[in-house]
Design a protein around this ligand. Sequence first.
Ligand code: G6P
Length: 489
Amino acid sequence: KQEGRPLRQRQRLLVVANRLPVSAVRRGEDSWSLDISAGGLVSALLGVKEFEARWIGWAGVNVPDEIGQKALTKALAEKRCIPVFLDEEIVHQYYNGYCNNILWPLFHYLGLPQEDRLATTRSFQSQFAAYKKANQMFADVVNEHYLEGDVVWCHDYHLMFLPKCLKDYNSKMKVGWFLHTPFPSSEIHRTLPSRSELLRSVLAADLVGFHTYDYARHFVSACTRILGLEGTPEGVEDQGRLTRVAAFPIGIDSERFIRALEVPQVQEHIRELKERFAGRKVMLGVDRLDMIKGIPQKILAFEKFLEENPTWRDKVVLLQIAVPTRTDVPEYQKLTSQVHEIVGRINGRFGTLTAVPIHHLDRSLDFHALCALYAVTDVALVTSLRDGMNLVSYEFVACQDAKKGVLILSEFAGAAQSLGAGAILVNPWNITEVANSIAQALNMASEEREKRHKHNFIHVTTHTAQEWAETFVSELNDTVVEAQIRTRQ
Ligand code: G6P
């Protein structure tokens, strides 16, 4: 990978994502406490030993004053993080607006919001302007910290405008962009008023990556149909310049989960959970409380299962962890009340004085509690309406080597392409099909469960997050940037 590179200090990798992998809480005028989140991307990049990663992103808090900004910048520097400060108005228009009310639903096939569809107008235009402005602010910070020879890896739908901004600064900069969501069919993408501008900005990158081959194919089709460019097996070509486009399916740090199950505190927790739910099969859902996760549909399918299988009513429980997210966006607020209403109705209908069929938690669990829960689960329900990959399915499999539980998985999650052979695949919109799959999973013979689990466990433990990051970065490193081609000619 690094052949020919002289032995010197490790190459620097600038990872640019909307959100830094930390949560920052202000303790005083010039003091902050930081909590590093050990999500997929962080552990993936810690595993890439040949690069020295630095993070550039928004700390998720509004810091209007200079003293606060300086103190936070200093505290973050110790964690190799560099903040981009976004004011409240930008966050409102760029993050709540263009990113999460327009691009996110569109990329998950939920269409554009009604009000924008009607007039497209000021709110759409001002949100797009804020999106571009925010991307430019990220580019300014990258440019300030960039040193020759660094590689820059931009992440996700928040930063589609960034590759162009970076290349405008410096055409020699090596820039990769990876999308963590699906890229929709070109027929969906073409409804977006700013469709061409966004595609062109992404194409300014040297390497563009997606979780699945289908998403990469949709992107190339959008470029050929909307921009009239040429799609090649390597990517997209525009006047002799190639942007390489490929699939790089992400994974998890499976060892971290497997090791956690040995921790005494987790084992204790597993014992407690087993005792608590003795005599009942445990079904589990873990999702951000997001429309794309299909939580109402999942709960309705569980209701149908209870309705049709009365003998199971006091022998099964559904634990649904729904982590609040993007709570300033109205669609998410509506979803919270909708889910509460359905859960309340079903618990009223099938609950007894001593037990309810659904335990619904509106909060996240810490890592160890989550591992314990995965380990005691008999059936996991991952029924997203659309999902870029869905790593909950991977985490569940990693924690199931003792129990060999069943994974019910949406065919519209990227993970269906890797865990499809071991999971029961479902169309989450088909409530009857999901209800039947619940019955199939609960009644599955142990030999079949073992066979299915083995398939998935091998996949999850061999296609790890570290491997994903290494492959992307080394391919990015191998691309030859346009400016270099020109110099050589
Ligand atoms: C998805 C996106 C990520 C995002 C995460 C949490 O997984 O692909 O980019 O960080 O959701 O959403 P939030 O809006 O809280 O950052």
